[in-house]
Ligand binder design. Structure first.
Ligand SMILES: Cc1cc2nc3c(=O)[nH]c(=O)nc-3n(C[C@H](O)[C@H](O)[C@H](O)COP(=O)(O)O)c2cc1C
Length: 180
């Protein structure tokens, strides 16, 4: 059985991006895509890592939790990565994990695996600026055939764990089916 690892670049317990990623994972796990695929959702905040620094890396090496996370990355066939947008960019919380992981294996993060990028925000652009930049740079970090979905105006379009707008819901379901 193929495996997908899903995670979100937010350390908020009420994260709207976690809610969106969980919905996408439920679509897969409930068998809606009719594919033999298993999704595991991990919380990055369970992996402890200080803010990356060259001096720190030299003195302490790669943190044990980062090595463990990296092993998980190597065990799967594809990724779902949801991310908030902070000032048009990747949140520092997520960037720190990506930076540490890139130090384990000479720059590669996703090791030629497909990545499904997701984003949402309370605003009308739904975190698109950050997604556009990620789509541009992540192929250089081993992300293969990137697909992406952004949900605008989260609090108008998402309720009780589901997307309210039928067109947006169909768009996500089609993208997820193709990805799987
Ligand atoms: C420091 C900071 C910067 C932000 N910058 C943006 C931004 O550039 N674009 C945007 O759509 N939302 C921005 N937001 C709002 C986030 O989209 C919002 O906080 C969202 O709930 C974060 O996702 P999360 O709940 O999954 O953590 C920002 C929030 C913070 C705290």
């Amino acid at each position: 059985m193929k495996k997908i690892l899903a995670f979100t670049g937010s350390n908020s317990s009420k994260s709207i991006n976690k809610q969106l990623v969980n919905y996408a994972c439920e679509l897969i796990n409930s068998g809606g895509t009719k594919a033999e695929v298993e999704v595991e959702v991990v919380l990055l905040e369970h992996y402890h890592a200080p803010i990356y620094g060259a001096d720190l890396e030299e003195s302490m090496g790669i943190p044990a939790d980062i090595k463990e996370l990296r092993e998980k990355f190597l065990e799967v066939d594809a990724f779902i990565m949801g991310t908030p947008e902070h000032n048009g960019m990747v949140p520092a919380f997520l960037k720190n994990y990506l930076d540490w992981i890139s130090r384990v294996d000479e720059g590669s993060i996703f090791n030629d695996r497909p990545v499904f990028l997701m984003a949402t925000s309370p605003g009308a652009r739904g975190g698109k600026s950050n997604l556009e930049n990620l789509k541009r740079v992540l192929p250089y970090r081993g992300a293969k055939s990137i697909a992406s979905f952004s949900l605008p105006s989260f609090f108008d379009n998402f309720k009780d764990g589901k997307i309210l707008d039928n067109d947006l819901d169909k768009q996500l379901k089609d993208l997820i089916s193709n990805f799987v």
